[in-house]
Design a protein around this ligand. Structure first.
Ligand code: PLP
Length: 449
């Protein structure tokens, strides 16, 4: 069998010669050839092991090669490898029912998509059709995907090179106490002022033009920004007041990342639509979707929904989704995420505020944390500028390189290092990984002025 395996040189040659990569200047990248993975670890062709503290793209919630997910896919492939979406299918229906059971309120139906971006596309399309309005509000500090509407919703710089985009999108500031846009000094002030700001944006944009507000329940790639108490219920109240659909983007935080099936469950709020992807089946087969309230799905009882996908609810993707529910329940995944987050990560990273001058802020919950690095803790000057690349990003690249050299694959974005390991990480692995990050932070400390 070994004879059939490509060599590292072949993998590299095929990749460099023929694979066109996401978000990259093609001549400036050198993708790591990965030979295998198991649990929270993957290996390159030289036998180097990497403890994956980014869960790939924060999707590998149950780790590599989880036996239950692999078996579910193999079993489904042997039974019925595909069936088109207009037919009823056992695993598709079971997954939709089990998602509905853990979703809040009357969110009882699921439209399946291929991933997160198209989930947001379809959520917005539903909101526009139901309200008869077009505009959507989203945060500057957000990522909602890369398809046409989703990249317009996205507030971060990935939107820029895709402009002019969907003109019916306006951006606003969300709560972010460490760099408050509202000169707030407490969480309560930040929450109240962020809500006042959002209401002003609604009024100035014209409530009669606004179909939806879309918010990552905890802002993910743009900073693990945990909303202060009251903020999301306040958004819910504004949506009710102005007849706006509230869409919760839970593509990154859904399915256990913070120890909840859906993160809204931790914030006492029920949106009209929830979008998900990634953790629903740990990305073993592409899958996303929209969970839909009774009120919105009832609108389409006698009005056809204007949208669809050949692979909506693909059985090879839904089968590991069903297995994900079984594993979460059997192995108490939600409880262990909360426990590891509060017992191991939180005290460790908060302790680093005392020992690492480059650490400006730490925040997070469950297995989802951000370390925000600064070159000056007094002024809070970021360790690298917003959207830094090339030479300007050198300090963060040095921190990442120190992690990789010690056998840890980090998630780095701008001046932040995120901690987002698989939810099945062992306590020993978690402690070992945190020690590697602790050591790598001394590299960042060297840049503090
Ligand atoms: N929404 C959020 C919050 C995300 O983090 C992502 C991906 O990182 C997306 C949407 C887009 O998902 P996908 O890459 O599956 O299209």
């Amino acid at each position: 069998e070994a004879d059939d395996l490509a060599t590292e040189a072949e993998v590299r040659a095929n990749d460099r010669g023929h694979v066109f990569h996401s978000w990259s200047a093609q001549a400036q990248i050198n993708p790591l050839p990965v030979a295998s993975g198991a649990g929270s670890t993957f290996w390159d062709y030289e036998g180097n092991a990497y403890l994956d503290f980014s869960s790939q793209l924060v999707n590998l919630n149950l780790g590599h090669q989880h036996p239950d997910l692999v078996a579910a896919i193999q079993n489904q492939a042997g039974r019925l490898a595909t069936i088109q979406p207009a037919m009823a299918n056992d695993v598709r229906g079971e997954l939709a029912r089990r998602i509905s059971e853990v979703a809040p309120g009357t969110l009882n139906k699921v439209f399946f998509t291929n991933g997160g971006a198209d989930a947001n596309e379809y959520a917005v399309r539903m909101a526009r059709r139901v309200t008869g309005k077009r505009k959507v509000l989203s945060m500057y500090r957000s990522y909602h995907g890369s398809t046409a509407t989703a990249i317009s919703l996205t507030g971060d710089p990935r939107r820029w090179a895709n402009e002019p985009s969907d003109g019916s999108v306006a951006h606003f500031f969300g709560p972010y106490l460490y760099r408050s846009a509202f000169h707030a000094t407490t969480e309560a002030e930040e929450s109240a002022r962020a809500l006042e700001h959002l209401e002003q944006v609604i009024v100035l944009e014209g409530a009669q033009t606004i179909a939806a507000i879309i918010i990552e329940t905890i802002v993910g790639t743009n900073g693990v920004l945990v909303p202060p108490a009251g903020y999301l219920p306040g958004v819910r109240a504004l949506c009710d007041k102005y007849n706006i659909v509230y869409i919760a983007d839970e593509v990154m935080v859904g399915f256990g990342r913070i120890g909840e099936w859906f993160a809204v469950n931790a914030f006492d709020v029920t949106p009209d639509l929830i979008t998900f992807a990634k953790g629903v089946n740990s990305g073993y087969v592409p899958l996303g979707g929209v969970v839909i309230s009774d009120a919105i799905s009832a609108f389409f009882d006698d009005v056809p929904f204007p949208g669809g996908l050949t692979y909506s609810g693909h059985p090879l993707a839904c089968a590991p989704g069903v297995a994900t529910f079984d594993v979460f329940e059997r192995d108490n995944i939600l409880e262990r995420v909360k426990d590891l987050g509060s017992r191991i990560i939180e005290p460790t990273v908060r302790g680093w505020l005392e020992t690492h001058p480059s650490l400006g802020d730490v925040r997070g919950t469950g297995l989802f944390w951000a370390l925000e690095l600064v070159s000056n803790p007094e002024t809070r000057e970021p360790l690298v500028p917003f959207n830094a690349s090339g030479a300007a990003a050198a300090p963060m690249n040095a921190v990442a390189a120190a992690c990789k050299a010690a056998g840890l694959w980090p998630f780095v974005h701008f001046n932040r290092l995120h901690i987002a390991p698989p939810l099945v990480i062992t306590e020993e692995e978690l402690v070992r990984g945190l020690a590697i990050i602790d050591a790598a932070l001394t590299v960042a400390d060297g840049y503090v002025v």
